[in-house]
Design a protein around this ligand. Sequence first.
Ligand code: BG6
Length: 483
Amino acid sequence: IPVEPFDLVIFGGTGDLARRKILPGLFRRYCSGQMPRDARVIGAARTDMDETGYREMVAEAIREFGGGRACDDGTLDEFLGQIHYVSIDARGDSGWAELQDLMKGTDRVEAYYFSVAPGLFGDLAERLQSWGMADASARIVVEKPFGRDLRTARDLNATLARYFHETQIYRIDHYLGKETVQNLMAVRFGNMLFEPLWNSQYVDHIQITVAETVGVGGRGDYYDKSGAMRDMVQNHLMQLLCLIAMEPPARFDPDAVRDEKLKVIRALDPVEPHHIVRGQYLAEPGNEAAQPDYRTAVDNPRSRTESFVALKTAISNWRWAGTPFYMRTGKRMVARSSEITVVFKDTPHSIFGEEAGRHRNVLSIRLQPNEGITLGVTIKEPGPGGMRLIDVPLDMTFADALGPEGADQVDAYERLIMDVIRGNQTLFMRGDEVEAAWSWTDPIIEGWEARNDVPKPYDSGSTGPDAADQLMRRDGREWRKVS
Ligand code: BG6
């Protein structure tokens, strides 16, 4: 179903995110018929370039980062006809009159994507207002990092609030746009089966892993000032934790969902220093030049920034008191794998005797790759061998269920951009949520700084430092295999 006609201005329109995600994503929505034929996409950046040059850049980006099945070259030409470019100075005056001219007199949805360094958010917002483009129907989309601590996030929220109402601000966390993340809500709240068991009485623990094989790549400058805690835990892992732990919202609407997520963050226990492990990756043996160690990659031989974090926390509320939540994320790990796992408790008594062993139900929600949900159930081993029990998976891999055109054809970004146009904020973070997440993260980072904490080295291609495994083993538990 096509969305309403819109004008989308991408500040930072020549940048990495625009080239890799936003523009190819829009093109895929165009090919699938969701982006109307009279919608316009306006790249805006400092680079001095004309429209033809920009269209060429867009075409190249789409060729490089994926158009998708339903698209062909003819469609690309049509799509390019809807692309425009304005060379603009975010901090000066040049280009603004031209942009204003382009946006004048249309009564369509107007969205402004701030795909630029956060230091420019305030300048852009201020100029959009002074050039008459920040009217009540305009929407702005802002990328992470949303601050680097509570203070800077508050400042950023206050700056944006001077020009835009909260209902106009779309703070992107692209993890919320992933197919399985939304499916997690469907599974939890669309079935009678799970919700009665979804509490500390039946759940032994929950683990969340986001493992990456990539290193910091060309983002060393940014990353070395952030680290895994700020880059991944404060936002992506926190959002996953909220969705898995929140109370059922009364409705699937933006404030109902975000109110429940906020309550989870506010109920999170502080993390004890001995419940958190930081790591920093070493080079890949035999491949040091191509895959150097973290410190070489960021060109900072004394860096104490973590590229890996594992931690244990808890949620102090009626539902979850006593259930540990374990989270880990890292770069240059053995496999790319993101998974949320709910491990249920043992049955209270085994009627089959101790030799049959104890079995646990494990629900695993796999974000990537091979998106899907699997429930491990215990059955009798088929055959005449007596009452032997085995665990088998009830498997719902989306690619199987939906066919090759299914789930992973829609990237998180394209889904979220369409939500902006539809005016649906459910999958975007509200200002108070972001601040609450920083309130929980700040003391952890301040503790490291105060103690001059040095991250533990771990081998590239591993599952992180041994201490992360010990964190689990001390509690008689194991991380799920990263594969
Ligand atoms: C980004 C982080 O937000 O998410 C990156 O800044 C990280 O460091 C990326 O690599 C992971 O996203 P995905 O969708 O590839 O899991």
